[in-house]
Write a protein that binds this ligand. Structure first.
Ligand code: AP5
Length: 217
């Protein structure tokens, strides 16, 4: 089976956490547009400079910039065995652009997993999230704490809070999700590739649901 998967869901639903586990389990790349953009910012590229103010304020980076970035990544050889897209597409325009990219190779998306998650859970997860300043490993101060307070288990460097995880920006991101990304639920429902999972579950039971969805293909 070649898994071509999209993880769809509001900020903080756990897409990145689960994409990492699934990527290791199925040995396919995890492509997160948020991670790609943050690394462009870290490297000081012109894309990073253009994207920074959008990300910091919780707005979406313009479609054309993100689509070009994904095109570059999706055509790398490691995606021949499949891929997990996390945070892309995020608008109907991006979904149409993705369709076009994949149509050229006759390799359509075969599963879109929607993380149905309550606002209360999202706010708790985002306000407690901490990320490694060096290797980007992801923690939560209560749900998935590091062994030593504030220190990454993987590389020993300090954990930081993402700038866009401040309360005001979280509210903006939730609104942006409802206005611009939630219409994709209908878009993929119409294509009969959408499956809904319970994003409120703890990591293990949710991972089981996701694996069942993969196996159902
Ligand atoms: P991005 O990085 O994609 O942010 P997001 O979609 O808002 O998603 P998050 O990373 O906040 O959450 P997640 O669902 O991955 O949750 P996580 O696993 O970390 O994008 C950032 C910005 O980049 C955007 O705002 C935009 O500006 C720009 N951007 C990116 N893609 C774009 C695009 N396509 N177009 C335009 N702009 C784009 O989990 C959250 C926390 O909860 C963690 O602490 C984790 O440890 C914990 N946790 C996770 N799962 C569970 C669980 N099941 N139980 C308990 N705790 C859990």
């Amino acid at each position: 089976m070649v898994w071509r998967i999209v993880l769809l869901g509001p900020p903080g639903a756990g897409k990145g956490t689960h994409a990492k586990i699934l990527s290791e389990r199925y040995e396919i790349p995890h492509i997160s547009t948020g991670d790609l953009l943050r690394s462009q910012i870290q490297d000081g590229t012109s894309l990073g400079k253009s994207a920074k103010s959008f990300i910091d304020s919780g707005k979406l980076v313009p479609d054309d910039l993100v689509v070009d970035m994904v095109k570059d990544r999706l055509f790398k050889p490691d995606t021949a065995k499949g891929f997990i897209l996390d945070g892309f597409p995020r608008t109907v325009e991006q979904a149409k652009a993705l369709d076009e990219m994949l149509a050229k190779r006759k390799t359509p998306i075969n599963l879109v997993l929607e993380f149905n998650t309550s606002e209360k859970v999202i706010i708790d997860r985002l306000s407690g999230r901490r990320t490694c300043s060096n290797c980007n490993a992801n923690y939560h101060i209560h749900n998935i704490p590091p062994k030593r307070d504030g220190i990454c288990d993987v590389c020993g460097k300090p954990l930081v809070q993402r700038k866009d995880d401040q309360p005001e920006t979280i509210q903006n991101r939730l609104k942006v999700y409802e206005d611009q990304t939630a219409p994709l639920i209908e878009f993929y429902k119409n294509r009969k590739v959408l499956r809904v999972v319970n994003g409120n579950l703890e990591v293990e039971p949710l991972q089981e649901e996701l694996v069942q969805s993969f196996q159902s293909l």
